[in-house]
Design a protein around this ligand. Structure first.
Ligand SMILES: [Mn+2]
Length: 285
């Protein structure tokens, strides 16, 4: 089985597939500073810092392939001046080190394509299969073929834990989330979403195979922290996670499908420290 290895202490993942050495990062949100500037808060461009970190990681893992797991840019549909400048430069610099670069589209990647060098391959938001790992951004449903993968990996959520320390200060930290996924429930939700009727006594795994020739294997979901560390995130140990309308929209259809056991999901700091399950951390929030 292909190991899923977070690169400690970075919000990045290293996957090996045959001779390929794949570096995966999610949620760069380049141009985030511009949205802040509109509100009167001026922060220098974070893109040089993000590029430097990417180049270090490429060196560290000797990457031969890069996958950006959505939300490369920040403004959703528009393109800001800074993005016109930063994004092409960013990808050209990476392209000098790694020839195989792919972007899985996220919900912030409207009009991203004209900003990318032609050598960068754009993949749909329904994701990509890498052996027994399926990667997609998380704001939209994955393609049925991803359910043939044992593990699914998403971004989008910007997972964090938030708690109060003994002095009463609020602490937030980015985390990795590893959750069990009930593949049968996920298959059922996805099939229904695709307009395929699933009767009460029907076997979603069999239907998935009949319609898409996919053998259901998914049993776990990993949520990646955002690569841009300046961003805010979603405190996953908040008692009301997913209950109010705003956070419902933010967590995406797979987390809402009822197939992911978030209560017992394991959380890890970027340095690999195991913090406990989401349920255990709820008492601290
Ligand atoms: Mn997103």
């Amino acid at each position: 089985m292909m190991p899923i290895k977070p690169i400690r202490p970075y919000p990045a993942l290293f996957l090996r597939r045959n001779s390929e050495r794949v570096l995966v990062v999610a949620d760069l949100h380049i141009g985030w500073e511009v949205a802040l500037a509109e509100k009167g808060v001026h922060v220098p461009s974070q893109t040089p810092k993000i590029l430097k970190q990417m180049l270090q990681l490429i060196e560290l893992c000797k990457s031969t392939r890069l996958i950006f797991l959505g939300d490369v840019k920040h403004t959703i549909a528009r393109v800001e001046m800074e993005e016109w400048r930063d994004i092409p430069d960013f990808f050209e610099a990476l392209g000098r080190k790694v020839s195989n670069i792919e972007v899985v589209l996220g919900n912030h990647d409207g009009n991203l394509e004209p900003l990318l060098p032609e050598t960068v391959k754009i993949l749909p938001s329904t994701g990509v299969v890498l052996g027994n790992v399926g990667l997609f951004h998380g704001h939209a449903w994955p393609a049925p073929e991803l359910l043939g993968c044992r593990s699914l990996i998403t971004g989008h959520v910007h997972p964090m834990v938030a708690f109060r320390d003994p002095m009463g200060f609020r602490i937030t930290r980015q985390v990795w989330v590893k959750a069990e996924c009930n593949g049968v429930l996920l298959a059922k939700s996805l099939l229904e979403r695709l307009g395929i009727r699933v009767d009460a006594n029907a076997d979603p795994a069999a239907l998935l195979h009949d319609h898409f020739k996919v053998r259901l294997r998914t049993s776990r979901l990993v949520i990646m922290p955002s690569f841009n560390e300046s961003l805010g995130g979603q405190p996953i140990n908040k008692k009301s996670l997913g209950k109010d309308v705003r956070s419902r929209a933010f967590i995406g259809p797979v987390l809402r499908s009822g197939s992911i056991n978030m209560d017992d999901a394991e959380t890890y700091l970027l340095d690999g420290t195991f913090l406990g399950t989401v349920n255990q951390l709820k008492t601290l929030s």
